[in-house]
Design a protein around this ligand. Structure first.
Ligand SMILES: NC(=O)c1ccc[n+]([C@@H]2O[C@H](COP(=O)([O-])OP(=O)(O)OC[C@H]3O[C@@H](n4cnc5c(N)ncnc54)[C@H](O)[C@@H]3O)[C@@H](O)[C@H]2O)c1
Length: 466
């Protein structure tokens, strides 16, 4: 069954959703306040950078158009997904002004629409924001009561940048916070015609769905931070290997292996802020908020802790290369990137930093404001570097050989690999001092061993002349 859908906000998530819905045979009208985004879609091009989006929009051009008019979109659709920015505010909560503007425009259009319409908020918001912040705007500007003239759901997506289209069309589950049964039924019927994997729907109150959304991301940040703690332990524990430990505990079905690769911290536009927002909510309601705060503090401290350790072993003014600058591989996004934090901490300590990223060079250059030299090839980066940091597990870095690092160098090059991706090529290679972060060599008997020191006194009296 073909459906008429509108998508308000054609950004990283909204444009991908609009194209994904059109690809399932439905008629989609996109709305954006930004004329360039509207023009891009109407010319069959992606308004934002996202894997596969250009092709998907081009292929579904006849079923997908865009406008700046909220009214035009509401009147030519039966259901609207609102996916506008909800930036963090100074409290750690999410600002509602973009959504409020969209809801006022949608309400005005609903005032003149006789047919039932379901409004779905997809943007990330905190509990209570829909019912007490945004729904009153819809009711006031439409002159109608929710549940009578129109329905409402809060239904966020769980997508990763770079995989947005696939994650949207094949979700693990559908999260539906419904104002009433009719709204939820309407939305679920739409999803059934869109998703391609028969994902089950978790239907609940609006507030529980708002909490569930940020809880997923906050839980993942907890898991990543636990794995990173293991990496920091293994990096100091004689004979420690974080991958060996993670592979083992990941076999436990209560834990699982995903997001358990101890390395640098999490970043990007969603994880850090959703975790902080959960802490804000907990504290606003008088519940313990220490967990979110601790995770945020640990995560934000990783770059500084690693740089402090590095500084003790690298001479002042040395040239250090950082490979990988985005918050994750295959991304243009440098928001909350751990690599950028590391580069800034090194520059602050007066090291000369050269940097490279296969996709995010331009964005990184803007973020760094010329403080480090962002180069457009790995070769140029490695040519001068005495120390090389592998800051993201980008697949292209795993192709590098020992010769790529040693070419033109007369002295040993140190490579610090935070993701341990280059171990097969670099471990033990001549001319390279390879350091796999999260792995610690076995301490020779002649050197102090922190593990031995822990236990020697505990068995005093039993080791001599037993
Ligand atoms: N990007 C993701 O992977 C992701 C994942 C999960 C949740 N989210 C959430 O989705 C929401 C949108 O995120 P995004 O990354 O797509 O943002 P974005 O900044 O990439 O895009 C937002 C778009 O909305 C448009 N816009 C703003 N106000 C508007 C209005 N009143 N009417 C119409 N268009 C308007 C902007 O011009 C922009 O094109 C946020 O709440 C975010 O937290 C995003």
């Amino acid at each position: 069954m073909s459906r008429r859908v509108s998508v308000i906000g054609l950004g990283k998530l909204g444009a991908s959703m609009a194209a994904g819905i059109a690809s399932q045979g439905h008629d989609v009208v996109g709305v954006d306040i930004n004329q360039a985004a509207v023009d891009a879609v109407n010319h069959g091009r992606a308004p934002v950078q996202e894997t596969g989006l250009d092709d998907l929009i081009a292929a579904n051009h006849p079923r997908l158009r865009a406008t700046r008019s909220h009214a035009e979109a509401i009147l030519s659709s039966d259901i609207s997904f609102v996916i506008v920015p909800t930036p963090s505010d100074e409290r750690g909560a999410f600002k509602l002004q973009y959504a409020a503007y969209a809801f006022r425009e949608i309400g005005r259009a609903l005032a003149g629409k006789p047919d039932y319409h379901t409004v779905v908020l997809t943007s990330t918001v905190l509990p209570g924001a829909s019912r007490y912040g945004l729904l009153p705007i819809l009711e006031r500007s439409s002159g109608k009561r929710c549940g009578e003239g129109f329905g409402f759901c809060y239904s966020p997506e769980f997508v990763a940048l770079g995989n947005v289209i696939r994650d949207f069309l094949s979700p693990d589950f559908l999260l539906i916070g419904e104002y009433d049964r009719r709204s939820g039924d309407h939305l679920e019927a739409h999803y059934r015609d869109i998703v391609d994997n028969g994902a089950s729907a978790a239907r609940m109150s609006i507030e529980n769905a708002e909490l569930a959304k940020i809880s997923v991301n906050a839980y993942v940040t907890t898991k990543i931070t636990f794995a990173n703690m293991l990496a920091e332990i293994c990096d100091r524990m004689p004979g420690g290997d974080v991958d060996v430990v993670s592979n083992a505990i990941g076999l436990d079905t209560r834990i699982g292996r995903k997001y358990l690769t101890g390395a640098l911290g999490y970043g990007g536009p969603c994880f850090p802020r959703d975790n902080v927002a959960l802490g804000f909510l907990a504290s606003a309601l008088g519940a313990p908020a220490d967990l979110s705060g601790t995770i945020d503090r640990l995560n934000r401290g990783i770059a500084e802790r690693l740089v402090s350790r590095l500084v003790g072993t690298v001479h002042p003014g040395a040239t250090i290369a950082a490979l990988g600058l985005a918050y994750k591989p295959r991304s243009h996004v440098v928001e909350e990137s751990q690599a950028i934090q590391i580069v800034k901490a090194l520059v602050d300590r007066k090291y000369r930093v050269l940097a490279f990223d296969p996709l995010a060079g331009h964005e990184a250059n803007q973020e760094l404001g010329g403080r480090a030299l962002v180069l457009d090839s790995i070769e140029a980066c490695l040519q001068d570097a005495e120390v090389v940091l592998i800051a993201t597990p980008d697949p292209s870095f795993a192709q590098l050989t020992a010769a790529d690092f040693t070419r033109g160098h007369t002295r040993t090059v140190r490579v610090v690999d935070f993701w341990r991706h280059l171990a097969p090529a670099l471990q033990g290679a001549p001319g390279i001092d390879y350091i796999a972060y999260g792995r610690c060599g076995v301490t020779p008997p002649s050197e102090p061993n922190p593990l031995a020191e822990l236990w020697e006194d505990a068995v005093a009296g039993f080791t001599e002349g037993a």
